[in-house]
Design a protein around this ligand. Structure first.
Ligand code: ADP
Ligand code: MG
Length: 157
């Protein structure tokens, strides 16, 4: 599915809808060049998820953990600096997924360690205020999340 976002607010709003629907164990992959809107989208996801913590780019520490008013966690990983498979394997994805949802930026650098079932989001700069957002689901759970996004993008409120 493809959506053209006409500005950062729209990207954030779609993220909020997705964030509101996230459950423990969900995996969201986020692909896109610098300035494509990944952080903007994650800010929306975190807000919709009701994070108490502000989103920041986990460039140096690889994984940020956001909290909210219950036990659930939202993990925000940036694989940009991962340069070896052993390094990636040390990131205990299973234990993260047992506690919360996981957003992975630069998933293409994870050397096949990304779970097969996931929502894959590709963001692309089109124009100053326009971004192409492509969503691809793998697995039944993610077909459902795709519906949530379809609604956010096309289905009024
Ligand atoms: N439609 C849009 N969606 C997302 N960001 C947009 C959009 N239009 C303009 N922008 C701007 O583009 C920049 C995107 O930056 P950011 O979200 O940090 O990207 P990334 O994390 O992918 O590098 C922000 O300054 C944002 O305000
Ligand atoms: Mg960013």
């Amino acid at each position: 599915m493809e959506v053209f976002s006409r500005g950062p607010e729209q990207t954030r709003r779609i993220g909020m809808r997705l964030g509101g629907a996230l459950q423990v164990g969900d995996v969201i992959c986020l692909q896109g060049d610098l300035g494509a809107g990944k952080t903007t989208f994650v800010q929306g996801i975190a807000q919709g998820w009701r994070s108490l913590d502000a989103v920041s780019s986990p460039t140096f520490i690889i994984v940020n953990v956001y909290r909210r008013g219950d036990e659930a966690r939202l993990f925000h990983m940036d694989a940009y600096r991962l340069d070896s498979t052993p390094e990636a394997e040390e990131l205990d994805l299973d234990s993260m997924l047992a506690q919360g949802a996981l957003i992975i930026e630069w998933p293409e650098r994870m050397n096949g360690l990304v779970p097969d079932e996931r929502l894959w989001v590709s963001l692309k700069h089109i124009d100053e205020e326009e971004r192409e957002m492509k969503f691809k689901s793998s697995g039944k759970r993610y077909d459902n999340l795709l519906e949530v996004i379809r609604h956010a993008a096309y289905g009024g409120d």
